[in-house]
Design a protein. Structure first.
Length: 247
């Protein structure tokens, strides 16, 4: 069984200000014995190729992904090509699925947020392969229960994800997937239902603390340009290391 999280963000995200890099996330995931990650930036597909060797050396498979905004709602597109960045409507998504084999997940579909799918999930149920059990819940407040009932009614597997925006958010909710350690096998196993959700609720105080940190992070200094520069420097560093090792 592989320990997996398919909903994470890093400082490369064009929409959210996040303090840690892709390498920081990989390092923390390795410390927590993860076997696979998808970095799902908002409306931007991060090319995993420059980071793949670094992750593999730490026992982690990187799965290409994006948290795409489709008709104003968030949808996780996993293991698709860069064409996923061009999906703007659910008709576009249907065409993408006809052309490519990937995994479509409904993230936090019934949370009280404008980006939640809610009624659109039922309207386009045939396009979704799995439904997310999101890490942000407490024993008393748990919007995942609605998603769980929906998934059971429609015969869709649930997948546990951290929706990680802080490194402290990694590790409380994740998935165990019965698959070989490669992106195609992991996505196929999830679609086939060979996945178990491991979910530990936050205490009210811990959830409040995390939400406070998330709000505070929006005031981090920096712009999209500085985050892009950081990505460029990181990629160059990895390539330099690869060249040195090859030499």
């Amino acid at each position: 069984m592989l320990k997996v999280d398919l909903h994470t963000h890093t400082s490369d995200d064009p929409a959210d200000r996040i303090a840690y890099s892709t390498l920081d996330l990989i390092d923390r995931a390795a410390e927590l014995s993860y076997n696979a990650l998808a970095i799902t930036l908002h409306d931007r597909r991060l090319d995993p190729a420059p980071f793949r060797a670094y992750a593999a050396a730490r026992g982690i498979v990187l799965i290409p992904g994006i948290e795409r905004t489709i008709q104003g709602r968030h949808v996780l597109l996993l293991n698709f090509s860069g064409a996923a960045e061009q999906v703007e409507t659910f008709d576009d998504l249907a065409r993408l699925k006809q052309c490519e084999r990937g995994l479509v997940i409904a993230p936090h579909p019934f949370f009280p947020a404008g980006s939640a799918l809610r009624g659109l999930l039922s309207k386009h149920a045939h396009l979704f392969d799995a439904v997310e059990w999101n890490a942000m819940f407490t024993p008393r407040v748990n919007f995942n229960l609605i998603a769980e009932r929906w998934a059971r009614r429609h015969g869709k597997p649930m997948i546990g994800n951290g929706d990680v925006h802080l490194l402290d958010m990694l590790g409380t909710t994740y998935s165990l997937v019965d698959a070989e350690p490669n992106a195609d096998a992991i996505c196929a196993a999830i679609a086939a239902g060979r996945v178990q959700v491991v979910a530990t609720p936050h205490t009210f105080f811990n959830a409040a603390w995390l939400m406070t940190k998330l709000v505070a992070s929006t005031f981090l200094p920096g712009t999209s340009r500085t985050r892009t520069s950081r990505t460029t420097r990181t990629t160059r560093t990895i390539r330099t290391l690869d060249i040195d090792l090859a030499g």
